[in-house]
Design a binder for this molecule. Structure first.
Ligand SMILES: NC(=O)c1ccc[n+]([C@@H]2O[C@H](COP(=O)([O-])OP(=O)(O)OC[C@H]3O[C@@H](n4cnc5c(N)ncnc54)[C@H](OP(=O)(O)O)[C@@H]3O)[C@@H](O)[C@H]2O)c1
Length: 341
Protein backbone atom coordinates (compact mmCIF):
# COMPACT_ATOMS: atom_id res chain seq x y z
CA UNK A 1 0.00 0.00 0.00
CA UNK A 2 1.18 3.53 -0.73
CA UNK A 3 2.56 5.23 2.37
CA UNK A 4 0.50 8.33 1.42
CA UNK A 5 -2.77 6.62 2.21
CA UNK A 6 -1.98 6.48 5.91
CA UNK A 7 0.81 9.01 6.52
CA UNK A 8 -0.77 12.41 6.21
CA UNK A 9 1.01 14.84 8.55
CA UNK A 10 4.53 15.71 7.46
CA UNK A 11 7.22 18.17 8.50
CA UNK A 12 9.12 20.13 5.87
CA UNK A 13 12.27 22.00 6.94
CA UNK A 14 13.55 24.97 4.92
CA UNK A 15 10.07 26.07 3.82
CA UNK A 16 10.94 29.68 3.05
CA UNK A 17 13.34 28.40 0.38
CA UNK A 18 12.96 27.77 -3.34
CA UNK A 19 12.47 23.99 -3.12
CA UNK A 20 10.83 23.92 0.32
CA UNK A 21 8.02 26.31 -0.59
CA UNK A 22 7.31 24.53 -3.90
CA UNK A 23 7.24 21.18 -2.10
CA UNK A 24 4.80 22.57 0.50
CA UNK A 25 2.49 23.65 -2.33
CA UNK A 26 2.59 20.20 -3.96
CA UNK A 27 2.07 18.40 -0.61
CA UNK A 28 -0.94 20.56 0.23
CA UNK A 29 -2.38 19.89 -3.23
CA UNK A 30 -2.01 16.16 -2.55
CA UNK A 31 -3.99 16.47 0.68
CA UNK A 32 -1.17 16.34 3.23
CA UNK A 33 -1.22 18.29 6.47
CA UNK A 34 2.05 20.20 6.37
CA UNK A 35 4.05 21.45 9.32
CA UNK A 36 6.40 24.00 7.81
CA UNK A 37 9.44 24.86 9.89
CA UNK A 38 11.04 28.29 9.46
CA UNK A 39 13.71 30.16 11.42
CA UNK A 40 11.51 33.12 12.27
CA UNK A 41 7.71 32.89 11.88
CA UNK A 42 7.48 36.65 12.54
CA UNK A 43 9.59 37.52 9.49
CA UNK A 44 6.80 38.18 6.99
CA UNK A 45 9.23 38.90 4.18
CA UNK A 46 10.96 35.55 4.61
CA UNK A 47 7.56 33.87 4.85
CA UNK A 48 6.35 35.46 1.61
CA UNK A 49 6.32 32.20 -0.44
CA UNK A 50 4.13 30.46 2.15
CA UNK A 51 1.84 33.40 2.87
CA UNK A 52 1.07 33.66 -0.85
CA UNK A 53 -0.27 30.09 -1.10
CA UNK A 54 -4.01 29.77 -1.81
CA UNK A 55 -6.05 29.93 1.45
CA UNK A 56 -8.23 26.99 0.42
CA UNK A 57 -5.06 24.85 0.70
CA UNK A 58 -3.48 26.44 3.75
CA UNK A 59 -6.31 27.38 6.13
CA UNK A 60 -6.70 24.02 7.78
CA UNK A 61 -3.63 22.14 6.62
CA UNK A 62 -0.57 24.41 6.90
CA UNK A 63 1.04 24.93 10.29
CA UNK A 64 4.01 27.29 10.41
CA UNK A 65 6.41 26.44 13.23
CA UNK A 66 9.76 27.78 14.43
CA UNK A 67 13.03 25.84 14.41
CA UNK A 68 16.67 26.60 13.77
CA UNK A 69 19.21 23.99 12.67
CA UNK A 70 21.77 25.55 15.02
CA UNK A 71 19.69 24.99 18.16
CA UNK A 72 19.95 21.51 19.67
CA UNK A 73 16.51 20.13 20.50
CA UNK A 74 14.66 22.71 18.40
CA UNK A 75 12.94 20.06 16.25
CA UNK A 76 11.91 17.75 19.11
CA UNK A 77 8.43 19.14 19.67
CA UNK A 78 7.60 19.94 16.07
CA UNK A 79 8.48 16.49 14.73
CA UNK A 80 6.14 14.86 17.25
CA UNK A 81 3.01 13.60 15.52
CA UNK A 82 4.50 13.75 12.03
CA UNK A 83 4.71 10.54 10.07
CA UNK A 84 7.20 11.89 7.57
CA UNK A 85 9.95 14.50 7.43
CA UNK A 86 11.34 16.23 4.35
CA UNK A 87 14.65 17.71 5.45
CA UNK A 88 15.63 20.54 3.11
CA UNK A 89 16.91 23.28 5.42
CA UNK A 90 20.57 24.08 4.83
CA UNK A 91 22.65 27.22 4.39
CA UNK A 92 23.05 27.56 0.62
CA UNK A 93 25.27 30.63 0.33
CA UNK A 94 28.47 29.96 -1.55
CA UNK A 95 30.29 32.99 -0.19
CA UNK A 96 30.57 33.05 3.60
CA UNK A 97 32.88 34.48 6.24
CA UNK A 98 33.37 31.38 8.37
CA UNK A 99 32.73 28.16 6.35
CA UNK A 100 32.69 25.90 9.41
CA UNK A 101 30.37 28.03 11.52
CA UNK A 102 28.18 29.47 8.77
CA UNK A 103 27.66 26.42 6.54
CA UNK A 104 29.23 23.14 7.62
CA UNK A 105 28.12 23.04 11.27
CA UNK A 106 24.48 24.04 10.67
CA UNK A 107 24.23 21.53 7.80
CA UNK A 108 25.75 18.59 9.69
CA UNK A 109 24.69 19.26 13.29
CA UNK A 110 21.32 20.52 12.04
CA UNK A 111 20.72 17.26 10.17
CA UNK A 112 21.55 15.26 13.30
CA UNK A 113 19.31 17.56 15.29
CA UNK A 114 16.38 16.80 12.96
CA UNK A 115 17.10 13.04 12.89
CA UNK A 116 17.40 12.84 16.68
CA UNK A 117 13.99 14.47 16.93
CA UNK A 118 12.63 11.79 14.57
CA UNK A 119 13.89 9.00 16.84
CA UNK A 120 12.48 10.71 19.95
CA UNK A 121 9.09 11.23 18.29
CA UNK A 122 8.52 7.55 17.48
CA UNK A 123 5.88 8.78 14.99
CA UNK A 124 8.22 9.25 12.01
CA UNK A 125 8.14 6.41 9.48
CA UNK A 126 10.39 7.92 6.80
CA UNK A 127 12.74 10.86 6.32
CA UNK A 128 13.56 12.25 2.88
CA UNK A 129 16.98 13.85 3.29
CA UNK A 130 17.79 16.37 0.57
CA UNK A 131 21.46 16.18 -0.28
CA UNK A 132 22.92 17.40 -3.58
CA UNK A 133 24.85 16.57 -6.70
CA UNK A 134 27.51 18.54 -4.83
CA UNK A 135 27.94 15.51 -2.55
CA UNK A 136 28.73 13.37 -5.62
CA UNK A 137 30.55 15.48 -8.16
CA UNK A 138 33.75 16.87 -6.61
CA UNK A 139 36.32 14.11 -6.41
CA UNK A 140 39.11 16.18 -7.96
CA UNK A 141 39.53 13.50 -10.63
CA UNK A 142 37.58 14.98 -13.55
CA UNK A 143 37.89 12.97 -16.74
CA UNK A 144 36.09 13.42 -20.05
CA UNK A 145 32.79 11.53 -20.54
CA UNK A 146 32.60 10.71 -16.84
CA UNK A 147 29.29 9.28 -15.66
CA UNK A 148 28.36 10.08 -12.06
CA UNK A 149 26.09 7.62 -10.31
CA UNK A 150 25.10 6.97 -6.70
CA UNK A 151 28.40 5.19 -5.99
CA UNK A 152 30.33 8.47 -6.44
CA UNK A 153 31.18 10.72 -3.52
CA UNK A 154 32.70 14.15 -3.25
CA UNK A 155 36.15 14.00 -1.69
CA UNK A 156 36.00 16.22 1.39
CA UNK A 157 39.80 16.27 1.82
CA UNK A 158 40.23 17.39 -1.80
CA UNK A 159 37.67 20.20 -1.31
CA UNK A 160 39.24 21.36 1.97
CA UNK A 161 42.70 21.26 0.45
CA UNK A 162 42.12 22.79 -3.01
CA UNK A 163 39.16 24.99 -2.03
CA UNK A 164 37.34 25.09 -5.40
CA UNK A 165 34.72 27.89 -5.56
CA UNK A 166 31.73 26.84 -3.42
CA UNK A 167 33.77 24.28 -1.45
CA UNK A 168 32.15 24.94 1.98
CA UNK A 169 28.77 24.00 0.50
CA UNK A 170 30.19 20.86 -1.17
CA UNK A 171 31.77 19.78 2.11
CA UNK A 172 28.63 20.60 4.09
CA UNK A 173 26.34 18.60 1.79
CA UNK A 174 28.73 15.61 1.73
CA UNK A 175 29.27 15.49 5.49
CA UNK A 176 25.57 16.05 6.23
CA UNK A 177 24.58 13.21 3.91
CA UNK A 178 27.19 10.88 5.39
CA UNK A 179 26.00 11.80 8.89
CA UNK A 180 22.38 11.10 7.89
CA UNK A 181 23.25 7.72 6.39
CA UNK A 182 25.29 6.67 9.45
CA UNK A 183 22.58 7.86 11.81
CA UNK A 184 19.93 5.95 9.86
CA UNK A 185 21.98 2.77 10.07
CA UNK A 186 22.78 3.13 13.76
CA UNK A 187 19.20 3.95 14.78
CA UNK A 188 17.32 1.84 12.28
CA UNK A 189 15.58 4.92 10.87
CA UNK A 190 14.20 4.88 7.30
CA UNK A 191 16.10 7.70 5.56
CA UNK A 192 15.91 8.08 1.77
CA UNK A 193 18.42 10.48 0.22
CA UNK A 194 17.90 12.63 -2.88
CA UNK A 195 20.82 14.21 -4.77
CA UNK A 196 19.38 16.90 -7.06
CA UNK A 197 21.25 18.57 -9.88
CA UNK A 198 20.91 22.33 -10.12
CA UNK A 199 17.25 23.29 -9.82
CA UNK A 200 15.95 25.61 -12.52
CA UNK A 201 12.40 26.75 -13.18
CA UNK A 202 9.57 28.55 -11.41
CA UNK A 203 9.62 29.71 -7.78
CA UNK A 204 7.33 31.23 -5.17
CA UNK A 205 9.90 33.60 -3.64
CA UNK A 206 9.76 37.35 -4.27
CA UNK A 207 13.42 37.32 -5.36
CA UNK A 208 15.31 35.08 -7.79
CA UNK A 209 16.51 32.03 -5.79
CA UNK A 210 20.26 31.34 -5.91
CA UNK A 211 20.19 28.32 -8.21
CA UNK A 212 17.82 29.97 -10.72
CA UNK A 213 20.02 33.07 -10.65
CA UNK A 214 23.03 30.90 -11.45
CA UNK A 215 21.15 29.31 -14.37
CA UNK A 216 20.20 32.74 -15.73
CA UNK A 217 23.71 34.20 -15.52
CA UNK A 218 23.82 34.56 -19.33
CA UNK A 219 20.83 36.90 -19.03
CA UNK A 220 21.62 38.74 -15.81
CA UNK A 221 25.17 39.54 -16.86
CA UNK A 222 26.84 37.78 -13.92
CA UNK A 223 29.69 36.66 -16.17
CA UNK A 224 31.79 35.47 -13.24
CA UNK A 225 29.29 32.59 -12.90
CA UNK A 226 29.73 31.35 -16.47
CA UNK A 227 32.60 28.93 -15.73
CA UNK A 228 30.20 27.25 -13.30
CA UNK A 229 27.68 26.76 -16.15
CA UNK A 230 30.20 25.19 -18.56
CA UNK A 231 28.70 21.79 -17.89
CA UNK A 232 25.71 21.38 -15.62
CA UNK A 233 23.10 18.79 -14.67
CA UNK A 234 19.64 20.32 -14.42
CA UNK A 235 16.26 19.48 -12.94
CA UNK A 236 12.99 21.45 -13.03
CA UNK A 237 11.56 22.87 -9.77
CA UNK A 238 8.38 20.89 -10.15
CA UNK A 239 10.15 17.64 -11.07
CA UNK A 240 12.31 17.84 -7.95
CA UNK A 241 9.30 18.45 -5.70
CA UNK A 242 7.49 15.55 -7.42
CA UNK A 243 10.57 13.36 -6.87
CA UNK A 244 10.68 14.18 -3.13
CA UNK A 245 7.03 13.18 -2.83
CA UNK A 246 7.50 10.09 -5.01
CA UNK A 247 10.39 8.86 -2.86
CA UNK A 248 8.45 9.54 0.31
CA UNK A 249 5.48 7.52 -0.88
CA UNK A 250 7.30 4.69 -2.63
CA UNK A 251 7.62 2.02 0.05
CA UNK A 252 10.55 0.22 -1.63
CA UNK A 253 12.71 3.37 -1.98
CA UNK A 254 16.02 3.14 -0.12
CA UNK A 255 19.52 4.62 -0.29
CA UNK A 256 20.43 7.60 -2.46
CA UNK A 257 18.85 8.77 -5.70
CA UNK A 258 20.32 11.19 -8.21
CA UNK A 259 17.58 13.48 -9.47
CA UNK A 260 18.72 15.31 -12.58
CA UNK A 261 16.98 15.11 -15.95
CA UNK A 262 19.26 16.92 -18.41
CA UNK A 263 23.05 17.36 -18.75
CA UNK A 264 23.99 20.35 -20.86
CA UNK A 265 27.01 22.40 -21.82
CA UNK A 266 26.88 26.18 -21.90
CA UNK A 267 26.67 26.23 -25.71
CA UNK A 268 23.35 24.35 -25.54
CA UNK A 269 22.02 26.88 -23.05
CA UNK A 270 23.18 29.74 -25.29
CA UNK A 271 21.28 28.12 -28.16
CA UNK A 272 18.09 27.68 -26.14
CA UNK A 273 18.17 31.23 -24.81
CA UNK A 274 19.05 32.94 -28.09
CA UNK A 275 16.48 31.03 -30.12
CA UNK A 276 13.61 31.16 -27.62
CA UNK A 277 14.27 34.46 -25.87
CA UNK A 278 15.49 37.00 -28.42
CA UNK A 279 14.33 39.72 -26.01
CA UNK A 280 17.63 39.23 -24.15
CA UNK A 281 21.13 39.90 -25.37
CA UNK A 282 22.86 36.59 -24.91
CA UNK A 283 26.64 36.53 -25.39
CA UNK A 284 27.50 34.01 -28.07
CA UNK A 285 31.28 34.28 -28.18
CA UNK A 286 32.31 32.24 -25.17
CA UNK A 287 35.43 30.68 -26.67
CA UNK A 288 37.47 32.45 -23.98
CA UNK A 289 35.95 30.05 -21.42
CA UNK A 290 37.56 27.04 -23.12
CA UNK A 291 35.95 23.64 -23.71
CA UNK A 292 33.79 22.04 -21.03
CA UNK A 293 34.73 18.67 -19.56
CA UNK A 294 31.76 16.58 -20.60
CA UNK A 295 30.12 14.58 -17.83
CA UNK A 296 26.72 13.05 -17.16
CA UNK A 297 24.63 12.44 -14.07
CA UNK A 298 22.95 9.05 -14.25
CA UNK A 299 19.43 9.18 -12.86
CA UNK A 300 18.45 5.67 -13.93
CA UNK A 301 18.13 4.42 -10.34
CA UNK A 302 15.24 6.86 -9.76
CA UNK A 303 13.68 6.12 -13.16
CA UNK A 304 13.87 2.36 -12.58
CA UNK A 305 11.82 2.89 -9.43
CA UNK A 306 9.10 4.37 -11.65
CA UNK A 307 9.72 8.11 -11.52
CA UNK A 308 9.13 10.03 -14.75
CA UNK A 309 10.52 13.49 -15.43
CA UNK A 310 8.00 15.86 -16.99
CA UNK A 311 10.07 18.85 -18.04
CA UNK A 312 12.73 19.58 -20.67
CA UNK A 313 15.62 22.03 -20.39
CA UNK A 314 13.63 24.40 -22.59
CA UNK A 315 10.73 24.20 -20.09
CA UNK A 316 13.10 24.99 -17.21
CA UNK A 317 14.41 28.17 -18.83
CA UNK A 318 10.98 29.22 -20.19
CA UNK A 319 9.35 28.75 -16.78
CA UNK A 320 12.16 30.46 -14.86
CA UNK A 321 12.12 33.45 -17.22
CA UNK A 322 8.32 33.70 -17.23
CA UNK A 323 8.29 33.60 -13.42
CA UNK A 324 10.97 36.31 -13.19
CA UNK A 325 9.16 38.49 -15.73
CA UNK A 326 5.80 38.12 -13.93
CA UNK A 327 7.48 39.33 -10.73
CA UNK A 328 9.35 42.15 -12.47
CA UNK A 329 12.70 40.60 -11.57
CA UNK A 330 14.43 40.79 -14.94
CA UNK A 331 13.60 44.39 -15.80
CA UNK A 332 16.23 46.20 -17.89
CA UNK A 333 18.19 42.97 -18.33
CA UNK A 334 17.31 42.74 -22.05
CA UNK A 335 19.16 45.93 -22.85
CA UNK A 336 22.19 45.23 -20.71
CA UNK A 337 25.21 44.56 -22.93
CA UNK A 338 27.18 41.55 -21.75
CA UNK A 339 30.93 41.69 -22.09
CA UNK A 340 33.03 38.60 -22.48
CA UNK A 341 35.91 38.60 -20.01
N1 LIG B 1 18.43 24.72 -5.55
C1 LIG B 1 19.27 23.81 -5.99
O1 LIG B 1 19.74 23.89 -7.12
C2 LIG B 1 19.64 22.64 -5.15
C3 LIG B 1 20.36 21.58 -5.74
C4 LIG B 1 20.73 20.49 -4.96
C5 LIG B 1 20.38 20.44 -3.63
N2 LIG B 1 19.69 21.47 -3.07
C6 LIG B 1 19.34 21.37 -1.65
O2 LIG B 1 17.95 21.55 -1.51
C7 LIG B 1 17.67 22.19 -0.27
C8 LIG B 1 16.86 23.44 -0.52
O3 LIG B 1 17.58 24.28 -1.39
P1 LIG B 1 16.98 25.65 -1.94
O4 LIG B 1 17.53 25.85 -3.28
O5 LIG B 1 15.51 25.66 -1.72
O6 LIG B 1 17.71 26.67 -0.97
P2 LIG B 1 17.19 28.03 -0.34
O7 LIG B 1 16.17 28.66 -1.22
O8 LIG B 1 18.40 28.82 -0.01
O9 LIG B 1 16.50 27.54 0.99
C9 LIG B 1 17.24 27.08 2.09
C10 LIG B 1 16.30 26.97 3.28
O10 LIG B 1 17.06 26.54 4.42
C11 LIG B 1 16.75 27.39 5.51
N3 LIG B 1 17.84 27.49 6.47
C12 LIG B 1 19.11 27.95 6.28
N4 LIG B 1 19.78 27.96 7.45
C13 LIG B 1 18.93 27.49 8.39
C14 LIG B 1 19.02 27.29 9.79
N5 LIG B 1 20.12 27.58 10.48
N6 LIG B 1 17.94 26.79 10.44
C15 LIG B 1 16.79 26.51 9.78
N7 LIG B 1 16.63 26.71 8.45
C16 LIG B 1 17.69 27.19 7.77
C17 LIG B 1 16.48 28.75 4.87
O11 LIG B 1 15.78 29.57 5.78
P3 LIG B 1 15.86 31.19 5.65
O12 LIG B 1 15.17 31.54 4.35
O13 LIG B 1 15.14 31.70 6.83
O14 LIG B 1 17.32 31.51 5.64
C18 LIG B 1 15.67 28.32 3.66
O15 LIG B 1 14.32 28.08 4.02
C19 LIG B 1 19.03 22.45 0.39
O16 LIG B 1 19.32 21.39 1.26
C20 LIG B 1 19.99 22.44 -0.79
O17 LIG B 1 21.29 22.09 -0.40
C21 LIG B 1 19.31 22.56 -3.80
Amino acid sequence: MDMATHCRRVLVTGCTGHLGSWLVLRLLEQGYVVRASVIDPEDKQDLHPLLGLPPFLTTERLEIVKADLRVVGDYDNIVKGCEGVFHLACPTNFIVEDPQKDVIDPAVQGTLNVLNACIKSSSVKRVVHVSSAAAIRFSGKDVAEQVFDESCWTDVDFCMDKKPPGWPYFVAKTLAERAAVDFAKNHNLDVVVVNPGIVNGPFLNSFIPNSVKDCLALITGEVFKLPFLMRMSYVHTDDIARAFLFLYEKAEASGRYICSSVDASISEVVHILSSRHPEFQIPTDLAYLGEPIIHYFDSSRLKKLGFQYKYTLEDMFDDAIRCCMDKGLLENMGTKPLQAQ
